[in-house]
Design a protein around this ligand. Structure first.
Ligand code: MG
Length: 341
């Protein structure tokens, strides 16, 4: 079977669009010409049981929240505001009424928090697995959508929040750790599990970056920092260096990994904190590039929103992505930093 990127290239080659499509396939969301002062943004995300989530370790309310959150994150990554959602589900017989009610409560809860109206969708039965697909429509100022294609040599690379928590949360779930069974003192494990099961999309930050036109390129971290930065480099035709010491690693990851290193049987086999932060997916933080002249405004934004925004490297004219660690440069493949894992 072809890979996901081969299938996308196949579709991308075949698709013909009208002049109203300003950005088509290949970004976090499509950009469509709207009114004189607004453009429309549209995206969708399919979640498949057994591939993207496991019903036995996911509280249904959190699954509903996440299904919408991952789309909200894509509109945020375009610098836009989310407005309308359509939700389709396919449910196997084993899903109880209580499960379904809780799942939709999660969707509605997230929609209300983010000012999104649910305007339709579809339902189906399914023989074996549960499927959820949400389509989201948003908007941004005309010509203001932040694509992956605008990074320029000299730009600074920034990331919001801290990284590694979602990947560690997934590993803990795979090892049998469950949210409902954690004790009072399990803060680090709870934080990591929640980062994976209930990510909070950076909607306020994405919108603010879009409105102030602070970023030259932006993407949300769904595949992992190294892979998503590669997407920006490919679309922008440039290279980059990031600094290992600058990568913001989640406190929960540092706490759990340092405990793991001092026990004979590591709960997370042979990973490192940096490896998780560089290659761990489903973080839903924003990764963006900006002209150095915008650094004061970015600092002001960071302070006014009370969010972590960290400069991790620079865009350059070099070849691909390189990681600087203790003064040495090494190539960093899109699949993550394999030497560390
Ligand atoms: Mg995305």
């Amino acid at each position: 079977m072809p890979t996901e990127s081969e299938i996308i290239s196949l579709i991308r080659r075949r698709v013909r669009t009208s002049g109203d499509v300003l950005t088509g396939i290949g970004d976090d969301a499509a950009v469509i010409k709207g009114s004189a002062d607004k453009d429309l943004l549209a995206c969708c995300d399919l979640m498949v049981e057994g591939v993207h989530f496991q019903i036995d370790w996911t509280p249904p309310r959190l699954l509903g929240r996440k299904a919408l959150a991952i789309n909200l994150s894509d509109i945020a990554a375009m610098g836009g505001v989310s407005k309308f959602a359509m939700i389709s589900v396919a449910l196997p017989d084993r899903c109880s009424e209580e499960f379904i009610v809780e799942f939709f409560e999660g969707v509605f809860e997230m929609a209300e928090e983010q000012g999104v109206s649910i305007i339709g969708g579809d339902t189906s039965s399914s023989r074996e697995w549960m499927f959820v697909d949400i389509s989201l429509i948003g908007e941004c100022g005309a010509g203001c959508a932040v694509t992956r294609a605008g990074a320029k040599p000299g730009d600074v690379i920034y990331v919001s929040g801290s990284l590694g928590g979602s990947a560690l949360g997934l590993k803990l779930l795979g090892d049998g750790v469950r949210l409902s069974e954690l004790g009072e003192a399990d803060d680090d494990r709870r934080t990591a599990l929640l980062k994976h099961l209930s990510p909070q999309p950076q909607t306020t930050l994405g919108r603010a970056i879009g409105e102030a036109r602070l970023a030259t390129a932006m993407i949300d971290i769904s595949d992992g920092l190294s892979t998503d930065l590669w997407h920006i480099l490919e679309e922008s035709n440039c290279g980059a260096i990031i600094h290992a010491d600058a990568i913001p690693i989640s406190a929960s990851v540092r706490g759990l990994m340092s405990a793991a290193e001092s026990t004979p049987r590591k709960p997370v086999a042979c990973d490192t904190s940096l490896g998780l932060a560089l290659s761990g997916g489903e973080e839903y933080e924003l990764l963006f590039t900006a002209n150095p002249a915008s650094s004061i405004q970015i600092d002001e934004l960071k302070n006014s929103l009370g969010l972590a925004i960290t400069a991790i490297g620079q865009i350059d004219e070099g070849e691909g992505l390189r990681l600087e660690q203790e003064g040495r440069l090494s190539p960093l493949a899109p699949s993550g930093y394999e030497h560390l894992i």
